[in-house]
Design a protein around this ligand. Structure first.
Ligand code: FES
Ligand SMILES: [Fe+2]
Length: 445
């Protein structure tokens, strides 16, 4: 198999096609795990998941279990969550607080800085001097970095600095982080679910404006009914009074930005409206960050940081971690992400809107996951090997940003401005160009 059998990228000919094989093939999946998930930066969690000394949380980088823990000295560290004795997974739970981790298999113990504290019956163990010279602490994750509370790690040391990897897309994480001076938190109540389809279907769907009216009719009907019920007392939005957004958004519903290394954003004009829980802070955020950045915090924004992090700020605000388990099996870990210190009224609004839309019990997530599974079933076909879902927006995509990007000094590699029906598909090209360049070591051109 060659890369060109998997991704057909010929910009001059106006062609971008993706082979069904990349969603089903076991060799492709193994290469993805090695190259993308165990061979470079992946998102691990938020620093607020371990805010106090000895707090910890566990996650995975590809297949490898990871333990992120704050030591007694207040420093966050990331370790391989595997006992050096015989390799057993050490911390078994998703999160907790522990000064000491005692391995359940033979009781070796480790402090919250990863140092070995005790080896059971050490004195009687007749160990060699060579053994005594070895470090019996937990292995440290080779790279670990914090961008504004978003923690990333890499199982290989030879990667660019995180700031370089995130590039301009870091500014979009900042738009999330800047919503509160106190930082971000995950609302208690994590949801984990699996779906029987490839991980890249989730990657794409987050940026897929095209499916919304087709796949989510019941959610749209509920919104319409509510709108009728409350239309009498809707508060005039700041946006309605803002000349800038009125003028500049004529005929524009939103668009997309593509960045280096596979990060993308699709966005829509929401305006500063009380439909967003952040509304209570609209004035304060404009003072602190300027009106342009404040307005952008209110826009609908679905951000993907390749390969495993998505922050969706649409109906509510969701943080997602994508964990591939097999070519046709994916685990999703999802949380409601929120600015710390928002009022109980705003928090309640955020959670209610979250419950409406997200999670296996919400009105949108099941529509999406069923669609992923239908795609996976359809991928069994060897006919029409090249999928055609990467072509909308081809003639609208331009190099660099646009007037909306300029408002927040954002310089994407490419951008598209869209009306409500364009629904750009060229932003997926960014995923697959990053994918192809990193997979090139596994599959020749
Ligand atoms: S595997 Fe951990 S103490 Fe034996
Ligand atoms: Fe959806």
């Amino acid at each position: 198999m060659k890369i060109s059998d998997l991704i057909d990228d010929r910009p001059d000919a106006g062609v971008f096609r993706v082979s069904r094989k990349i969603f089903t093939d076991a060799a492709v999946f193994d290469a993805e795990i090695r190259t993308l998930f165990e061979g470079g930066w992946v998102f691990l969690g938020l620093d607020s998941q371990a805010s106090d000394p000895h707090d910890f949380f566990t996650t995975f980088a590809g297949r490898v279990p990871i333990l992120v823990q704050r030591g007694g000295d207040g420093l966050l560290r990331a370790f391989i969550n595997s006992c050096p004795h015989k390799g057993a997974r050490l911390a078994q739970v998703r999160q907790g607080n522990a000064r000491l981790h005692v391995c359940p298999y033979h009781s070796w113990s480790f402090d919250s800085s990863g140092r070995n504290k005790a080896i059971k019956w050490k004195a009687a163990g007749c160990y060699s001097e060579a053994f005594d010279r070895e470090d019996h602490g937990l292995a440290v994750l080779p790279r670990f970095a914090n961008h504004r509370g978003f923690l990333f790690g890499s199982l290989v040391a030879d990667v660019p600095e995180l700031t370089e990897y995130l590039g301009e897309a870091a500014k979009l994480l900042d738009l999330v982080a800047d919503q509160s001076e106190a930082g971000l938190e995950l609302v208690p109540g994590q949801v984990t679910f699996t779906y029987e389809a490839n991980w890249k279907l989730q990657l794409e769907n987050c940026s897929d404006a095209y499916h919304f009216t087709s796949a989510h009719p019941s959610y749209i009907r509920v919104l319409e009914r509510r709108q009728q019920e409350i239309s009498g007392d809707v508060v005039a939005s700041v946006w309605e009074n803002s000349d800038y957004w009125k003028e500049e958004t004529k005929g524009v519903g939103g668009g997309s930005f593509s960045f280096a290394n596979g990060h993308v954003l699709n966005w829509g004009v929401f305006g500063v409206t009380p439909a967003i829980p952040l509304y209570e802070r609209a004035g304060e955020l404009a003072v602190r960050h300027g009106e342009e950045r404040r307005d952008w915090m209110f826009n609908m924004r679905n951000l993907t940081i390749f390969p495993n992090l998505q922050v969706a700020e649409n109906a509510s605000s969701q943080l997602r971690v994508i964990r591939p388990l097999g070519p046709g099996l994916t685990e999703m870990r999802t949380w409601c992400i929120a600015p710390k210190g928002e009022s109980p009224v705003a928090r309640r609004q955020r959670i209610r809107q979250y419950e409406d839309f997200f999670n296996p019990t919400g009105m949108a997530t099941p529509d999406d996951t069923v669609s992923y599974e239908n795609c996976q079933i359809g991928f069994a076909s060897p006919q029409q090997p090249w999928l055609q879902g990467y072509s909308r927006g081809m003639t609208a995509s331009v190099q660099g940003g646009n007037r909306f990007a300029d408002r927040i000094d954002l310089t994407p590699e490419r951008s598209v401005l869209a009306d409500s029906q364009l629904c750009d598909e060229t932003l997926y090209h960014s995923y697959y160009r990053a994918w192809a360049s990193r997979m090139a070591a596994e599959f020749p051109a």
